[in-house]
Design a protein around this ligand. Structure first.
Ligand code: COA
Ligand code: MG
Length: 286
């Protein structure tokens, strides 16, 4: 099993907000995403780029993964953003509004000078991408692609769907995105919850994301971190079940068996894999 890195909470912040960047160095988010795109007004684009690059150089983010979201290459800022980010070498560059495998190849080429540790993360937020999720995810083999991040706000805008509690219009797309990501070994993060003052809405949405199979959730406000981290941390019940499954499969009388009874329920070898993963996740979170 590859080493697990927690990505329960991925906090976006406008890279033009120096105070927010400082604050992010101390927050309990697993991932910090410095945004140059939608959160930054056109007149602050250059300033935001300079600040994001400086933040990578200065460091101080500790165990947090540091990601910069660039503007698209169809904007006046995209290419300069990508060149600057590649030179700075954060953990990943996140690119917006991709629509096809060709887009992935193009962005990948534009960050070819980045250090090897810098990955390519992409927003899944266009209608065009939805029909091509598997082909896009398959670029993992030939590029730095390593994560999908749901962009539910842009998707809602393009679809002319309404983003409301329950997210019914988006559920098929969320599932297909998770399935495409898993088929190719990608990380997959859920979209943001705009209601940052109402933690019950966030709680329900984070639980839905966990149930749908996401690794974590992207966030817009520090107040959303605690709830999200808690939801994506294995519960005491899950840990107890995982421990029991691993222990049961280790018993001499169960040697060579594919299916056994644990706590009154069937456990197969696939459940042993699940149980080991839960334990690995809990250990990584610490
Ligand atoms: N990351 C780090 N710090 C943040 C933050 C974030 N995403 N959002 C707010 N803060 C800080 C503020 O700077 C403020 O700090 P201060 O108390 O030291 O002044 C504090 O948290 C409280 O902020 P608050 O007043 O509750 O929020 P707001 O009304 O000023 O801003 C938003 C609300 C949504 C505009 C703001 O949270 C934000 O910009 N979020 C990120 C948006 C984004 O990146 N979008 C792109 C992806 S969808
Ligand atoms: Mg977007």
């Amino acid at each position: 099993m590859t080493a697990y890195r927690p990505r329960r909470s991925a906090l976006f912040l406008p890279a033009s907000n120096a105070k927010a960047i400082d604050k992010a160095r101390m927050l309990d988010a697993d991932v910090v995403i410095l945004d140059l795109e939608d959160a930054v007004a056109p007149e602050f684009k250059e300033e935001a780029r300079v600040a994001a690059v400086a933040a990578v150089r200065e460091g101080g983010f500790g165990r947090r993964e540091l990601v910069i979201r660039a503007n698209g290459i169809d904007t006046p800022w995209g290419r300069e953003d990508l060149a600057a980010i590649a030179e700075a070498g954060p953990d990943a560059v996140l690119v917006p509004k991709i629509a096809s495998p060709e887009d992935i190849l193009q962005y990948n080429a534009l960050i070819s000078k980045a250090p090897a540790h810098s990955k390519l993360w992409v927003m899944i937020e266009t209608c065009a991408a939805v029909a091509r999720l598997d082909a896009i995810a398959a670029c993992v083999g030939s590029t730095r692609l390593s994560a999908f991040v749901m962009g539910t706000n842009d998707l809602a805008k393009e679809m002319r769907a309404r983003l409301r509690p329950g997210r019914a219009p988006f559920l098929p797309i969320l599932s297909l995105t998770v399935a495409a990501a898993r088929a190719h070994g990608l990380i997959v993060l859920d979209g943001v919850c705009n209601e940052f003052r109402d933690s019950s809405v966030l709680q329900a949405e984070a639980e839905q994301g966990l149930e749908w199979g996401f690794d974590g959730k992207s966030l817009i406000h520090p107040d959303q971190i605690g709830v999200t981290n808690a939801v994506f941390t294995p519960s005491a019940d899950e840990l107890a079940w995982a421990g029991a499954v691993v222990a049961a499969f280790g018993l001499p009388e169960n040697a060579g068996k594919g299916a056994i009874r644990v706590e009154g329920k069937m456990a197969e070898l696939l459940h042993l894999d699940l149980a080991r993963r839960i334990l690995a996740v809990a250990e990584a979170i610490g």
